[in-house]
Design a protein around this ligand. Structure first.
Ligand SMILES: CC(C)(COP(=O)(O)OP(=O)(O)OC[C@H]1O[C@@H](n2cnc3c(N)ncnc32)[C@H](O)[C@@H]1OP(=O)(O)O)[C@@H](O)C(=O)NCCC(=O)NCCS
Length: 110
């Protein structure tokens, strides 16, 4: 059963861009997004040895932004993008390997 997709693309040097989409709305809000994002970041900073993962998220997408913040992503820039003929806020967020590792250590202790 396919709940959604996560990807790291493109990977350029030691940095990659993260994307996630859970297609089935009834599966949202149960921790699947956090589990999938955590697994992908563990792979990114572990096996792939990346040092930074970046992403872009609509300012209005509160669920996604809270998820990324919980995992340690920080806002790097705020801009705008044209969506259906209107300009909406677009936030660029980034997470460094050491910050992710520190968060994983904290959640292992608590
Ligand atoms: C954004 C998206 C990835 C989040 O996935 P999700 O599975 O709903 O996320 P989670 O369940 O991990 O977290 C969502 C909420 O459920 C809560 N939750 C409920 N049960 C949970 C559990 N067992 N474990 C962890 N969190 C749980 C979380 O605390 C969180 O609450 P909050 O929004 O108040 O902070 C998903 O909604 C999605 O794919 N949306 C459409 C595409 C999209 O917006 N992609 C991001 C583009 S940048």
């Amino acid at each position: 059963m396919l709940a959604g997709l996560v990807s790291l693309a493109p990977i350029e040097g030691d940095e990659a861009e993260f994307h996630i989409f859970l297609g089935e709305t009834h599966r949202r809000g149960r921790g699947v997004g956090q589990a999938a994002t955590t697994a992908m970041l563990q792979r990114a900073f572990g096996e792939l040895r990346l040092t930074r993962v970046v992403l872009k998220v609509l300012e209005a997408n509160g669920a996604a932004r809270r998820l990324y913040q919980r995992l340690g992503f920080q806002t790097e820039a705020q801009g705008e993008v044209s969506k259906d003929g209107t300009y909406v806020g677009l936030v660029t967020m980034a997470l460094e390997a050491h910050r992710f590792a520190a968060g994983q250590d904290r959640s292992a202790i608590t």
